[in-house]
Design a protein around this ligand. Structure first.
Ligand SMILES: O=P(O)(O)OC[C@H]1O[C@@H](O)[C@H](O)[C@@H](O)[C@@H]1O
Length: 239
């Protein structure tokens, strides 16, 4: 059990996929299905067509807005695509993600719900900051839509013209919406791009959640503290 002194902080900003809900895995599978079909069928002689793996996801796609993920992965393979092709691939992956969401629903991590309960009891302002345009639908499916003072989703970022993670802007926007100074905010993130965003924004406490990326990698990206699950912080809180 770790201790966070919550009274030293004025707001908590949480990533969604992989932090509150296990949907990072759904995203991962949808990306793998789409990219491997693409690599097998792509015409032309450019680039490295070897199979797409989880390592590719963590290095190039995890935590980023949809089309940035497509662009960064194909660039890592030396494959050039038009913007239209990038969007087509991203949209294909989105269909796969939504099919799984509709079929299986979403159940939040119990440890995350327990910490959200504790923070609610303390009256802590809470925000979700997700690169996913599907964040509101995922929160709704998990029964958590009412818990947050603001939800900065991928769609909100696009609407406001905010650059996505690893840029800090979406987190900074959420802090402003909650009326909190960045130095007084806690950020929870499971992706390297998201931890980098928290570190770049100068947030008071950046907590990495290691769901597979590796604690050391999250620390190197700028996490002040790394947990395996949010349950580790429950009741360890020195309110
Ligand atoms: O395609 P969406 O639902 O807008 O999501 C964009 C990204 O959102 C992030 O939260 C996920 O970690 C990524 O895997 C995903 O690609």
């Amino acid at each position: 059990m770790r201790t966070v002194t919550w009274r030293d902080h004025d707001a908590v900003l949480l990533d969604l996929d992989g932090v509150i809900t296990p949907t990072a895995e759904v995203h991962m599978r949808a990306w793998a299905e789409m990219f491997n079909a693409f690599l097998e069928s792509h015409e032309g002689t450019d680039g490295d067509r070897s199979a797409y793996t989880d390592a590719d996801y963590f290095a190039h796609v995890d935590g980023k807005p949809r089309y940035d993920g497509v662009r960064d992965f194909v660039a890592s393979r030396g494959i050039e695509l038009t913007e239209e092709q990038v969007r087509e691939l991203g949209d294909r992956k989105n269909d796969a993600f939504n099919a799984v969401l509709a079929r299986d629903g979403v159940e939040a991590y119990p440890g995350s719900v327990a910490l959200l309960d504790e923070l609610r009891a303390l009256g802590m302002p809470l925000a979700v900051v997700s690169s996913s345009a599907n964040a509101p639908a995922v929160l709704e499916a998990a029964g958590l839509a009412e818990r947050f003072g603001t939800v900065v989703s991928g769609a909100v970022a696009t609407e406001l013209g905010l650059p996505g993670k690893p840029a800090p802007d979406t987190f900074v926007h959420a802090a402003r919406e909650l009326g909190a100074e960045v130095e007084r905010c806690v950020v929870f993130e499971d992706a390297v791009s998201g931890v980098r965003a928290g570190a770049a924004g100068g947030f008071g406490l950046v907590i990495g959640v290691d769901r597979g990326v590796g604690a050391e990698v999250l620390r190197e990206a700028g996490a002040h503290l790394v947990v395996g699950d949010l349950a580790e912080l429950v009741s360890g809180a020195d309110a």
